[in-house]
Design a protein around this ligand. Structure first.
Ligand SMILES: O=C(O)CCC(=O)C(=O)O
Length: 183
């Protein structure tokens, strides 16, 4: 809910957006990391779009250094509908060196990967992916939240970000009732 992050996400995605997923990154020394291959976070998509549909806010909980496997990105690759040549990758890949507490913000279609950790320390981060609500959540976050919280404990803004406002109607009547209430 960091207001700077939410504000930036809204500038890019519009006022209606939801959290698609959160994943923790634990990159231990001298270990293959399963995110070490180039990928987009809207996975397996070989198209591009003129405006972002999804944005990552990747919180660095430790320093991200050139020895502990800091994230590599391929600049501008979110604008390419195919994976670039090996030559392009070698010449353009960029490692994001960032101190603990930084947030790396990028279009989720940008090709990126974890680096190999040759240091003696674990690299840790939390990735938050925000999407236009036409993209569904990876898990049903509202349902998971309601196992612990009552909806009244959440502000309107929290309900929006967590996806409460974009749940599927269970049937046509429910859908029409929602539309009527809106108007
Ligand atoms: O470990 C990293 O720096 C990359 C993480 C990643 O690719 C992801 O969470 O999608």
């Amino acid at each position: 809910m960091n207001p700077l992050v939410i504000d930036l996400a809204k500038r890019l995605l519009g006022q209606n957006l939801q959290l698609h997923l959160q994943n923790g990154i634990i990159n231990p020394p001298d270990n293959y990391h399963h995110q070490a291959a180039w990928h987009r976070d809207l996975p397996y998509q070989d198209w591009v779009i003129s405006k972002p549909l999804a944005i990552n806010a990747f919180y660095c909980l430790t320093d991200f250094t050139n020895t502990n496997g800091a994230t590599f990105v391929l600049p501008y690759s979110h604008r390419s509908d195919f994976f670039p040549s090996e030559k392009f990758v070698i010449e353009n890949e960029l490692q994001i060196i960032a101190p603990k507490g930084s947030v790396i913000f990028f279009d989720s279609m940008l090709f990126h990967r974890a680096g190999y950790n040759t240091s003696s320390d674990v690299r840790i981060g939390v990735n938050n992916m925000f999407v236009s609500p036409i993209i569904k959540q990876q898990i049903n976050i509202p349902q998971a939240i309601l196992e612990k919280y009552h909806i009244d404990e959440l502000s309107d803004e929290e309900q929006l970000i967590l996806g409460f406002k974009f749940q599927l109607a269970n049937n046509v009547v429910e859908y029409r009732k929602r539309r009527t209430n809106k108007s």
